[in-house]
Design a protein around this ligand. Structure first.
Ligand code: NAG
Ligand code: NAG
Ligand code: NAG
Ligand code: NAG
Ligand code: CA
Ligand code: CA
Ligand code: CA
Length: 639
C-alpha cells in the first residue's frame, strides 16, 4: 500500500484508513491463475532503449509504461504460457536480480465478462417509415430508446428525450467516448467518420488497431454495438443514429484475451485521458451472484488519476453497466459499479419495467433503456459487425453507452463540467417518468431533501434535453471533502434470530478542514463474516431517515470464510442530505435455517462539499428538482 498516502482524491489528501478501505478487495477465487505479464519497476528514470534492453536481456518484451509512469513498465514473456496455475518463480527471480530492476510482480489473471451478450442473428429488416424532422436513417424508427412513439408496445415518451437536446444544437461535437470492450469495427460506414483513431488502442494484442477478432458466432460484436449507440452517424442511410451522432468514439480493445490482468485494465482506463472524455464499460466481475470483486491496485490508481487529472483536470467520466445478475446479484458487490468514481447505470424496458436481468443496488445513479420485453423487436437497434445493423443489442451493456452518449451531449453544452458536475446533473435531471419495479418490491422514495430515488433505477431515467439545458448554465460545484464520520471496531455476534443494530453519531468533521455539509456519496466500509455470506442483508439509515439497502440477499453466495474485508458499500440515495447526526447500520441474516456471523468493523465515510452546491444557479422552474433541493438547503441553513 505504499502508494496510498501519495494518492490525491479530488484535490484533497485522504487519511490512510479510507485508502486501505477503498483499495483492498477480496480476491480469493482468482488467486490461482498466473499470466505472462509482469509489472516491473526500474531504478531511476530510464530511457526507452534501456528499458527495452532490460526486458530483452531477461527474456521479456517491453509493452510500455504503466499509466504514463517514468519507471513502471509492462513486460510480457513470450515463452511463459498466457495462463498457468503456478507463479513463474525463476523468471521473477531473474528479473529481480537485474541491477536495474527495483521490483517485479507477476500479474494474476481473472475473469471479466461482457454484460448482455447472447449470440444473435443479424436482422436484414429495413423499415421504410420516414418522419419529417426525424433522422432519415432506416433503423431510427426502431430506436425507441431515442424516440418512443409507442412502437412495439412501448410507452409513448418513455425515452432519453434526445430530440430536445438535438433541438438545442447539441450533438456531441468535439467529445470523445472510449468503448472499453472487445474491439470496434471502425471500418463500418456508420462509425468510420466518427472514429477517433488517435485515442484508440488494442490492449488485447498490443497494437494501434482495436479491430474485433473474427469468430463464427460474432462473439466480438459487443464493442461495435456499443459504439453505434453513442456515435453512429445521422442521415447517411445506414443503420440508425447515435445519441451523440457528431461525437467521436475511440476503440479500446481489452476484453479479448484468455484472462484479464490488472495492467490491461489499468492501461485501458488510463489511456489518453486528455483525448478521451468519457470511458464506457459494459463488463465486470462475473454476475454469478457469489463473486465479490473489484478494481485491483493499478486499476484503482488509474481511475483515481483519471478522475483527478484527466480531461485536463476536470476529470474523466467513467460510465459503468450496473450488471446482469438479476435478482441473484447485488451490484454493490461489484467494486467497479459501486465505486464513487464511476456512474453506474441500470436499465428499464420499453414500458417502464425493470429488465429481468437488472441488478439492484444503492450505488446505481440512474437508468437508461435496454431489451427485455416479450416482443423481440424491442431490443436496442444499433450498428453491428461488418457493415451490418442489429435490433437486438441487449443487457445493461446496452444501457451504459446510451448514458455515455447523453453525457457527451452535456459536455458539448458545457465543456467546463467536472466529473462531479456530471453526477450532480444526472441526479437533478433524471426522471421517474413511468419507471417501476415489475415485482413491486422497490418503491420510489423521497430522500431528506426531496429527491426521489428507487433502489433499482437510482434517480430515474436520463433526460438529455433537461441535462443539456441545465449543463449550459451550470456553475462548477464547490470543493469536495472526505470526512471519516466515525468507526466502530469491535467483535459482535449476530444470527438469523438476532440482527445487529449499530449506530455512529457524527458531526461530519465540523470545524475541521474536511467538514462535509452536503452529501454526495456515502460509504460504509465494513468487515464481517458469516456462516453464509449470501444471507446477509445490510441497511444504512441516514440522520434524515433515508434507508438504503446497501446489501441484499444473494441466494448463490455460499461463502463461509472470507466474508467482507473492508468492503466499501456505497449509497447515492442520501444525495444532498445533511450528514450530521445518527447513522444506523442494521445487519440481518435472512435465512430459514440457523446462521450466524461476526461483525468486526464499520467506518462511515462521508463525501461532499462544505458549501451549498447550487447557490449560483438560477431557478427557472419552481417544480424542478433543483428548486426543491435549493429550498431544502436554504431552509436548513435558517435553522
Ligand atoms: C499497490 O502497488 C504498490 C506498488 O506499486 C505496492 O507497494 C502496494 O503494496 C500495492 N497495494 C496493494 C493493496 O496490493
Ligand atoms: C476540443 O476538445 C479539446 C480537448 O478534448 C480542446 O482542447 C479543444 O479546445 C476543443 N476544441 C473546440 C473547438 O472546442
Ligand atoms: C467555462 O469556463 C471559462 C473559464 O472559466 C469561462 O470563460 C466560460 O464561460 C465557461 N463556459 C461555460 C459554458 O460555462
Ligand atoms: C469469523 O470471525 C470470527 C472472529 O474473528 C472467527 O472466530 C470465526 O471463526 C469466523 N467465522 C467464520 C465463519 O469464518
Ligand atoms: Ca489489433
Ligand atoms: Ca446512420
Ligand atoms: Ca454483478
Amino acid at each position: 500500500m505504499k502508494r496510498c498516502r501519495g494518492l490525491k482524491f479530488s484535490g484533497l489528501w485522504l487519511r490512510p484508513i479510507f485508502l486501505t478501505a477503498a483499495l483492498i478487495f477480496i480476491t480469493n477465487s482468482n488467486a490461482d491463475i498466473f499470466t505472462n505479464s509482469f509489472l516491473v519497476k526500474l531504478h531511476g528514470d530510464p530511457e526507452k532503449s534501456l528499458v527495452d534492453q532490460v526486458a530483452r536481456r531477461n527474456g521479456f518484451v517491453n509493452h510500455g509504461p504503466v499509466l504514463g509512469s517514468s519507471n513502471e513498465f509492462h513486460f510480457v514473456h513470450r515463452a511463459i504460457p498466457h495462463a498457468r496455475s503456478r507463479r513463474s518463480i525463476s523468471h521473477t527471480r531473474k528479473l529481480k536480480s537485474d541491477p536495474l530492476v527495483a521490483f517485479a510482480f507477476q500479474q494474476t489473471g481473472f475473469k471479466r465478462v461482457k454484460r448482455g451478450y447472447k449470440p444473435l442473428k443479424v436482422e436484414a429488416l429495413v423499415p421504410n417509415i420516414k418522419l419529417a424532422d426525424n433522422p432519415t436513417d432506416p433503423y431510427f424508427p426502431l430506436q425507441w430508446y431515442l424516440k418512443n412513439t409507442g412502437q412495439n408496445g412501448g410507452k409513448v415518451k418513455l425515452d432519453l428525450n434526445v430530440e430536445a437536446a438535438w433541438a438545442q444544437g447539441y450533438t456531441g461535437k468535439n467529445v470523445t467516448t472510449a468503448i472499453m470492450d472487445d474491439g470496434v469495427d471502425y471500418m463500418h460506414l456508420d462509425l468510420k467518420f466518427n472514429y477517433n483513431a488517435l485515442a484508440s488502442y488494442d490492449f488485447s494484442s498490443n497494437d494501434q488497431f482495436p479491430y474485433p477478432r473474427y469468430t463464427d458466432d460474432w462473439f466480438n460484436s459487443h464493442g461495435t454495438r456499443c459504439a453505434g449507440e453513442v456515435a453512429a452517424a445521422r442521415d447517411n442511410g445506414i443503420c440508425g443514429v447515435g445519441v451523440a451522432y457528431d461525437s467521436k468514439v475511440a476503440g479500446i480493445r481489452m476484453l479479448d484475451q484468455p484472462y484479464m490482468t490488472d495492467l490491461i485494465e489499468a492501461n485501458s482506463m488510463g489511456h489518453e485521458p486528455n483525448l478521451i472524455d468519457i470511458y464506457s464499460a459494459s463488463w465486470g466481475p462475473t454476475d454469478d451472484g457469489k463473486t465479490v470483486d473489484g478494481p485491483r491496485n493499478a486499476t484503482m490508481r488509474a481511475i483515481v488519476k483519471g478522475v483527478n487529472e484527466g480531461r485536463n483536470g476536470k476529470g474523466n467520466i467513467y460510465v459503468w453497466a450496473s450488471g446482469d445478475g438479476g435478482e441473484e446479484d447485488d451490484c454493490n458487490c461489484d467494486g467497479y459499479a459501486a465505486s464513487m468514481w464511476t456512474i453506474s447505470i441500470n436499465s428499464a424496458i420499453n414500458d417502464g419495467q425493470n429488465a429481468h436481468y437488472d441488478e439492484s443496488c444503492s450505488s446505481t445513479l440512474a437508468s437508461t433503456f435496454s431489451n427485455g420485453a416479450k416482443d423481440p423487436n424491442t431490443g436496442v437497434a444499433t450498428t453491428d459487425l461488418y457493415g451490418k445493423c442489429t435490433t437486438t443489442h441487449s443487457g445493461t451493456s446496452a444501457a451504459a453507452p446510451e448514458a455515455a452518449g447523453v453525457f457527451a451531449l452535456a459536455l458539448e453544452a458545457n465543456p467546463n463540467l467536472t466529473w462531479r458536475d456530471v453526477q450532480h446533473l444526472t441526479v437533478l435531471t433524471s426522471k421517474r417518468n413511468s419507471l417501476f419495479d415489475a415485482k413491486n418490491r422497490f418503491h420510489w422514495t423521497m430522500n431528506g431533501v426531496g429527491l426521489e430515488f428507487n433502489h433499482l433505477f437510482g434517480f430515474g431515467v436520463l433526460d438529455a434535453g433537461a441535462m443539456v439545458a441545465l449543463a449550459k448554465q451550470w456553475k462548477t460545484v464547490p470543493a469536495r471533502y472526505h470526512c471519516e464520520g466515525g468507526t466502530i471496531k469491535q467483535i459482535k455476534r449476530f444470527s438469523s434470530k438476532r440482527s445487529l443494530i449499530l449506530q455512529i453519531k457524527t458531526n461530519a468533521c465540523q470545524n475541521t478542514e474536511t467538514e462535509v455539509r452536503y452529501l454526495e456519496h456515502v460509504q460504509a466500509v465494513i468487515t464481517l463474516n458469516a456462516t453464509r455470506r449470501g444471507d446477509i442483508e445490510l441497511y444504512l439509515t441516514s440522520p434524515m431517515k433515508t434507508r438504503s439497502m446497501i446489501l441484499s440477499k444473494r441466494v448463490n453466495d455460499d461463502d463461509h470464510k472470507d466474508g467482507f474485508m473492508r468492503w466499501p458499500f456505497m449509497t447515492t440515495h442520501t444525495w444532498g442530505e445533511y450528514p450530521q447526526g445518527i447513522w444506523t447500520l442494521e445487519i440481518k441474516l435472512n435465512s430459514k435455517v440457523p446462521q450466524s456471523g461476526f461483525f468486526k468493523e464499520w467506518t462511515l465515510m462521508l463525501h461532499g462539499p462544505r458549501e451549498p452546491p447550487y447557490n449560483d444557479l438560477p431557478v427557472s422552474d419552481p417544480h424542478s428538482k433543483l428548486a426543491i433541493v435549493k429550498k431544502a438547503h436554504k431552509d436548513r441553513n435558517k435553522m
